[in-house]
Write a protein that binds this ligand. Structure first.
Ligand SMILES: Nc1nc2c(ncn2[C@@H]2O[C@H](COP(=O)(O)OP(=O)(O)OP(=O)(O)O)[C@@H](O)[C@H]2O)c(=O)[nH]1
Ligand SMILES: [Mg+2]
Length: 201
């Protein structure tokens, strides 16, 4: 839940990166952390990893300055994507204001993307929310692997599988190399703040 302090003119919003295991959620936050180092006052918090698998969550707070007179603080989180950590995913989703769904473009991960989006819908439902009322951006990650000749899902296939009903803004990205990582984040921040503003008025 966003924390809105009218007296101090502060808004704090929670954005969660969700998606299948190994899809690149943690890599998104690592890229953002490197890129905006000067604006991020604390270290990126990575709570428990085994190898590069997230076991609990990552947390990255950023201050993005003023929008309409309000100081905006954004907290970025990632969930652990592995199927077995469902209880943790649900916990991290508590009070979410916006979601980035990071899909894995690898052709072999098609089913995992679809199941993870379904899992997001189920977990939002436990908080009486739906995919359709939480601001959401889709990111089709790992597009850089195209150059390596690795079979990827086409943009059309990803849109058909994941975005036919949602019709959310979507970005082809590479969390590893950087294209569209910041654009993804900016879009979800704008959508989230817009939706909070609507709630405020
Ligand atoms: N080539 C390429 N590799 C990527 C990209 N994004 C992530 N990876 C790699 O994919 C692996 C998994 O990335 P993570 O960011 O740890 O994935 P995650 O979604 O956080 O995974 P969980 O924590 O298990 O849910 C790592 O080896 C990353 O380096 C990308 O855009 N391109
Ligand atoms: Mg991770």
């Amino acid at each position: 839940m966003a924390i809105i302090n009218l007296k101090k003119g502060e808004v704090q919003a929670k954005i969660v990166y969700y998606g299948p295991g190994r899809g690149g959620k943690t890599t998104n936050l690592e890229y953002i952390y490197r890129k905006f180092h000067d604006r991020i006052k604390t270290e990126m918090v990575t709570i428990k990893t085994h190898g590069d698998r997230t076991l609990f969550f990552d947390f990255l707070p950023i201050e993005i300055g003023k929008i309409k007179g309000f100081d905006i603080r954004i907290q970025l989180y990632t969930v652990p994507g592995q199927v077995k950590y469902d209880a943790t995913r649900r916990l991290v989703l508590r009070g979410v204001d916006g979601v980035v769904f990071v899909a894995d473009s690898l052709a072999v991960r098609r089913k995992e993307n679809i199941l993870s989006l379904k899992n997001l819908a189920d977990n939002l439902a436990t908080y009486k929310k739906s995919l359709f009322d939480v601001p959401m951006v889709l990111q089709y990650n790992k597009r850089d692997l195209q150059e390596e000749g690795i079979p990827l899902l086409s943009l059309e296939a990803l849109e058909k599988d994941l975005n036919t009903r949602l019709k959310a803004p979507s970005f082809e990205a590479s969390a590893l190399k950087g294209p569209n990582v910041v654009q993804t984040m900016k879009r979800i921040i704008v959508m989230t703040i817009d939706s909070l503003r609507r709630d405020l008025t």
